[in-house]
Design a protein around this ligand. Sequence first.
Ligand code: ADP
Length: 409
Amino acid sequence: MFKSLRWRLTFWFVLLTTIVYTLSAVFAIWLFRVEMTRVMDEELHALVDELRPAIALKDKVPNLQEWAKTARQVPFKFLPTIQIYDLQGRLIEQHGPSGVPILFSSVKEVRAEDYHIRVCSAPLLDGKQLAGYLQLQLSLRNRERAIAQFGITMGLIFPFLLLALAIAGYVFAGKAASPVEESFVVLRRFMTDAGHELSTPISIIQANAEAMEVEIPESVRENNRLAVITRSTERMANLVKDLMLLSKMESPQIYSNKIPLDFEKLVRGVVEEFQELFKAKSITLSTKRVGPATVVGDAELLKRLVTNLLQNALRYTESSGTVEIGVESLGRNTRLTVSDTGVGIPPESLQSIFERFYRVDKSRSRNQGGAGLGLSIVKAIVDAHRGRIDVYSQVGTGSTFTVTLPTRI
Ligand code: ADP
C-alpha cells in the first residue's frame, strides 16, 4: 500500500513537473523569438535612419551610389538586402544578398517556399515631396536556427532533468509517506491486539451460552434470551474475525503465501458447502460454466473470496431465484463470475459497496447477518492477488460480480 502510495506521489510529482517544464519551455521559446524579433526590428529601423540621408536624389530618382561606395566594403553576410523603389513601385536598385521584389509600408514578416524574411519599408522624400521608397529585407534563417537550437537544447536537457526529478521525487515521497506508514503500522498492531484480546472473552461467552442453551427444552430454544445472546455473540465473533482479516490484508507479508492452485476444485468445494443453504431458501445454484482454471494465490483467501460472493448472492436473492457461478480460463487470467437474480444494487451505491461497513439497505443487511465488510474483504483479497473486480447490477433484476485473477505470478 505504502509502496504504491510512494510510487503514486512520485508519478504525480514527475507528471506535474513535466507539465510545468513543457509550458515553461514553450513560453521561453516564444519569449526568445519575440525578443530576437524586437532586436532585429531595432536594427532595421536604425539602418533605415542611417541610410535615408545617404541616398542621393538625382533628377528625382533615388540612388544608393554614394552610400554603396562605402557599404560595399562592409561584408554583406549579416547585412540586410537594401532596395530602392521608384514612385511607381519599380525596383531600381538593390544591394546585399539577393532579395525579393516586395513593397511594404511598415515592418512585416513574409514567408514563402524559398524565403522567410522580415521587411521594413520607408518613404524617400525630396524636400516635402515623395520621391521613392527604401526597403530593407532581413533573412530570418539565423533567427529560426537560433530558436531551433534553443528548443533542441531544452529537449536534450529534459530526460536528464526528468530522471533527476524522478529520483528526488521518489526519495521525498518516501520521506513524506513514512509518518503515515508508521501510524498505519501502529493502528494495524492495535487492531490485531484488540482482536486477539476480544476473541477470547467472546469465545468464552459463546461456549457458555451454547452449553446453557442445550439445557433448555427444544420447543422454547428459538426465542429465548440465550438464543439472542448466542446469535449476537456469533455475530460479534465474526465481526472481530473480519476486522482482523482486513487488518492482516494490509500487511505486506500477505503476498508471500501464493502458490498455483486448481481454482476449479476450490470453487466446486465452496459451492458444495453452500448447496444445502441455497436449497433451504429454494434458490437454484448452478455451476454450468465452471471449467478448469489455475490461479496463483492463497487458498484460504481465495476460498473466502468465493464464499463472500456466494453468501451475498444467497442473502440478496429471493426464494425461487437463480444464482450462477462461472470459472473460465482466459490464458494469462482466470475469470470468476457470480450472477444472481436478486434485488440488485442502485447505480449510486455501486461506487461505495466495496467500502468498509457500507450497506445499501442497513436493516435488510443487518437482519441477514451482514455488517458491510464482506465486499471490502473481497476487494482486499482481489488487490492482494493483483486482480480486478467489476460489478454489473440492475435493481429488481440482479447482479453480476466478475473477478479477474492472474494465472501466473
Ligand atoms: P454485507 O455484509 O452487508 O452483505 P457487503 O460488503 O458484502 O456487506 O456488501 C455491501 C452491500 O452491497 C450490501 O449491504 C448489499 O446492500 C450490497 N450487495 C452486495 N452483494 C449484493 C448482491 N449480490 N445483490 C444485491 N446487493 C448486494
